[in-house]
Design a binder for this molecule. Structure first.
Ligand code: AMP
Length: 426
């Protein structure tokens, strides 16, 4: 019996990795122009970090974590998101002494025990960005602008992706709203789905997020947080929006955008698409003032977002992949026998070590010529270099242009130079 990958986990095969590299390169270049530096974090942490950092009553912590005791008996969890780990590292290494906001990004695999479907996996990858230690609304606007710019560089713009923003208030104004909302939902519980009813006491704001049509009438008529905001929260949101307008960034206010994580205050935002069926969020984030302190750190505010890389990959068309030729070897060097192999090994090394290296492949001398030529055709190489005993005796090689099928003899010592010249790198 063959062993297959675990459910919800995917291999990213060679044809696809080119797209991944493009997304990752674009992310690095975009984030670095905005002053962000990379941080690399462990894949697992103490379970307690996520319980405290994401919130005990969230779906992630209650239902989706990969948690297990390690051999020493400590409860370990594979990270379901990156923010908690990043903040742990920020506190642990005293990064708050750096000039603020401290701008960090990271990327890598996350793990959630979710029901797998297209665009939703149990191991998936996120790009994660955090700006720490500055509560000015301009930081919110710039973080959002950077997210939009990253997507623009991938040619993903409106109407393919849409930006939604909201504010969740803060510890001053949200509790009163939460109370009003809870009363309202309890009064209308009979008209809500079972999941919503169960959530009323635990996490009433999340109820607003329910997508089921039967819940819509009650939720549409629910009290709106916008009517309960305190003045500072109202002003913060107005300024974030004004800065986005100044940047010409189109955005819609989505009053029900509450996001799944517990720790958000004030600004939340999402990039959504209608191209991925039920999985309509490609990126999301928000402000989490107070969280760093809750994790035992300084009273630094923070804001950040996470982008799902798999979902971007699904949105990138074939046409946006770099042309095939770029991933084809320029030449296949074909030694026919052991002595020829020894003559061609240094030629291959020379081409690969050149200041503008050529991608070349080298046979090992044990396959016959027709088989090697077949391989050259499959690889799609532009040129083959053939060295058999006869050529070797004359100190020559046969250089064949695979397109025109023209063949000529070249002194062995000049083969590398010839190929570099043909590639325009002479
Ligand atoms: P979240 O951390 O839940 O706010 O998710 C941020 C982004 O990560 C989402 O907008 C998705 O693009 C992506 N994402 C979240 N969960 C998954 C998953 N199970 N599989 C693939 N992508 C995901």
């Amino acid at each position: 019996m063959t062993i297959q990958a675990v459910r919800g986990v995917r291999d990213i095969l060679p044809g696809e990795t080119v797209k991944w590299q493009r997304v990752e390169d674009t992310a690095r270049r975009t984030f670095e122009t905005y002053g962000y530096e990379e941080i690399r974090l462990p894949l697992f942490e103490r379970t307690e970090l996520f319980a405290r950092g994401i919130g005990e009553v969230t779906d992630i912590v209650q239902k989706e974590m990969y948690t297990f005791p390690d051999r020493g008996g400590e409860s370990i969890t594979l990270r379901p998101e990156a923010t908690a780990s990043l903040l742990r590292a920020y506190i642990e290494h005293g990064l708050h002494v750096l000039p603020k906001p401290v701008r960090l990004y990271t990327l890598g695999a996350m793990f959630r025990y979710e029901r797998p479907q297209a665009g939703r996996y149990r191991q998936f990858h996120q790009l994660d960005v955090e700006a720490l230690g500055d509560e000015h609304p301009a930081v919110d606007a710039e973080v959002i602008a950077m997210l939009v710019e990253f997507f623009r560089r991938l040619d993903l713009t409106a109407p393919r992706v849409l930006l939604e923003v909201n504010t969740l208030g803060d510890a001053v104004c949200r509790p009163r709203y939460r109370e009003e909302l809870t009363h309202y939902l309890e009064a209308h519980a009979a008209a809500l789905c079972a999941e919503c009813r169960e959530r009323i006491a635990r996490n009433p704001l999340r109820v607003l997020d329910c997508k089921k049509p039967e819940c819509r009438p009650v939720l549409d008529a629910a009290p709106a947080l916008a009517d309960y905001l305190c003045d500072p929260c109202r002003e913060h949101f107005a300024r974030v929006r004004a800065y986005l307008d100044a940047l010409g960034i189109a955005h819609a206010v989505a009053p029900r955008l509450v996001r799944g994580l517990d720790y958000y205050v004030r600004t939340t935002f999402e990039l959504t698409t209608s191209e991925l069926g039920a999985q309509n969020a490609v990126a999301g984030g928000g402000r989490y003032d107070g969280l760093i302190e809750r994790l035992g750190g300084p009273r630094d505010p923070g804001i950040g977002f996470a982008v799902g890389i798999e979902r971007i990959i699904l949105m990138l068309s074939e046409a946006s992949a770099p042309p095939q030729e770029m991933s084809r070897p320029f030449a296949l060097l074909i030694p026919l026998g052991e002595a020829a192999l020894r003559a061609l090994l240094p030629v291959a090394r020379h081409l690969r070590a050149h200041a503008r290296p050529l991608r070349v492949e080298l046979g090992h001398g044990e396959r016959r010529l027709p088989r090697e030529l077949e391989r050259a055709a499959k690889l799609g190489v532009g040129y083959t270099v053939i060295v058999g005993d006869e050529e070797l005796a004359r100190g020559e090689a046969k250089l064949r242009d695979m397109k025109s099928r023209q063949e000529r003899s070249v002194p062995l010592l000049e083969v590398a130079g010839e190929l570099l010249a043909l590639a325009g790198r002479g």
